[in-house]
Write a protein that binds this ligand. Sequence first.
Ligand code: RRO
Length: 315
Amino acid sequence: MRLSIYPPITNASGPNSVTREELERLAQSASGAVVTKSMTHCPRAGNPEPRLRERLPNNIGSLNSMGLPNLGYHQYAQIISHLKERYRKPLIASIASAPCPHRLDPIEQYREIATALEESGADALELNLSCPNLEEVPIAMDPQSVRHVLKAVTREVKIPVGVKLPPYNNTPKLFEEIARILLEFEIAYVATINSEPLTLDIDVKTRTKVIRPNDGFGGLGGPAVLPIALAEVHRFYRFFQKHRARIAVWGVGGIVTAEDAIKHFLAGASVIQIGTLYLWEGPAAFARLWAGVQEWLHANGYNSVEELVGTVKDL
Ligand code: RRO
């Protein structure tokens, strides 16, 4: 099912997209859609602080081990109904699973949350299969589990379903296996990448790690991951082209300038999302990026982003 996002720039799930106020701010911004923080069955406080270093030295990015803090899906269902009445832009509910007192298995959690959020008026669902900061191995690393979640959710809901994936880096076989599974279902888009997992920074003044949870390890986002994101976007784009799949690729990772956005479009992204940049710059980033993209398109003889998508040339 197609999902139309204009301008083709949204927030990435996570940064400042947890509370009602934060989501309202996104709804009022120039973002082409509102994407919620990944919601779980039960509310979660997340990991102990400090759990986010917004800006690493030399502005290379941000490091987090938030641990899925969120209000729980019942609250998001209410917030989405409320936003739906007031704003016209697409509302995308990001869904994750985590161990919970109800002891529901992950597939049951995704299914139950998906059904409730569709009923609340969400325009699309983004299944986060790639949280890097839980003890469990992310679902996206296990092909059978990916298949089970996608089967359970796509069977249940009629609204478009996107999938948020991790960087598969140097595991081409796993990449291919996951990409093939996506072809089995009606998936609207793949958002790639989630933060680069298992990264670490150290403050040399204090000689400590910069975040507390998980022995200081966390997910890296921002400029440092741009080339990783471009590679993931491009290989998904090429794979879907080769298999004539109508699955869009949404580019996430390292976008700060309009040129970074253009690179994502050239690599194959038809929509881009900003995470670390949204932390750094707030809602002003959407209008700035979109103006820069339009200027670039005009200066280079393009009428629309669509003309650019996936047109990167080999050397
Ligand atoms: O909350 C987090 O720790 C988190 C999540 Br769910 C995610 O998908 N990606 C990330 O960098 N942090």
